[in-house]
Design a protein around this ligand. Sequence first.
Ligand code: PA5
Length: 462
Amino acid sequence: MKIDFNNMLQTSIGEHGISEQDIQKMAQKIPQVHKNMCTKREAMAWRSLPYNQAEIVADIKKEAERINADFENFVVLGIGGSALGSKALFTGTKHLKYNEIPREKRGGARFYVVDNVDPDGINALFDVIDVKKTCFHVITKSGNTVETMSQFMIVLGRLKEVLGENFKDNIVLTTDKEKGILKKISNQYGFKTFTVPDGVGGRFSVLCPVGLLSAAVLNIDIDALFAGAKEMDEACTREDLWENPAYMYALLYCAAMDMGVNISVMMPYADGLLNMAEWYAQLWAESLGKRYGNDGSIVNKGQTPVRALGVTDQHSQIQLYTEGPFDKVISFIDVENFHTELKIPQAPIDMMDAAYLQGQTMGKLIASEMRATEYAVTQAGKMNMRITLPEMSAREIGALFFFLEMATAAAGEFLEIDAFDQPGVEAGKIATFALMGREGYEEKAAELNATQGKDGKFVYQV
Ligand code: PA5
């Protein structure tokens, strides 16, 4: 994988870029950032996942074999960090119409992720799966999340209707080792259960059972995922900024934030990587968007992630990125070798001025469009950088996950905030409990109801 930061700098984009002096100033923080990254290594338990899961992976592979042998469909029920990694893994490595191709080509069950409580979305899934022939992987680290628990209850109800009491094999759980309702349910009913290790938060959990059971069911090479993550770990634990791409990413993005660049666009030029941009959006937003600094002062840090897709969004957002405000940094992701190639043939009619396309490939076209867009935003003086993957393989995807996790953790150290909590998410979760009538949340419900409709004159009903 190649990570090119040149277009973040004044030398490439002019006055709105980062200068050598900015880098030198920010680099003064590196010894402390590095010290913290080293001392917190154990607490950041996600960093050990590529190394310490041999037994768990063996169990996961066994479970995946059972699922693929006995079921037509595999459905992940979860939200946020419990779902986005599976989605990124799925489209990042597999056939883009996976569920529609014949089973013998797929080599396993159809794969779905349900990460919303939209009744139309859930009912649409029930319209296309036979629940009897479906294994549901219910993932919630806290074991209490309302979206996941409600999905689980609906699924249990459906399974009971068609299987009576014999639904145990259709359910696999992944949750905390002791906390939460899901763990209690697991203890009481004996569902097959995997554990989210201590110190592995949702958005850093893709390389534990949260994402690995999906990987195994999809026949993604887990050893290759880990190999990529380990290679990236080796590079991203070096103290020297000039040898550590995660530190450079963190430094440049934090320098950009200091310059008022409040938006981080991730723009992969590959349909399969749009879910990687979704995963990154959660990682970057939830980890760095914080009201308080480590010293308790109010800092209101963070940078808004935006997902865009090349080339599709060239005809939607690029006008803004090129000519709009200097408030964004774009990370382009390109792929050197797609899974397949497609040649533009000699057309059977006169194509006139479009004839130059004949004989060329779509791979060349998408690569050229990326370079052209990169050139245009660079000429316009907008910060951008490029991550180049040789291919969309398990190894490269594992490396990319790990790189972005390390960069996010290092950015947390630069910003002097806790990158691993999410009090803002918790506040919404509590308010939902209150609105849904959960016992113990009556006071919060009263507070919420009291704020309803206060400013009626600003509400228009047409
Ligand atoms: O990264 C996080 O911690 C969150 O996004 C969680 O993954 C999300 O809120 C779901 O939580 P849980 O896995 O506890 O259901």
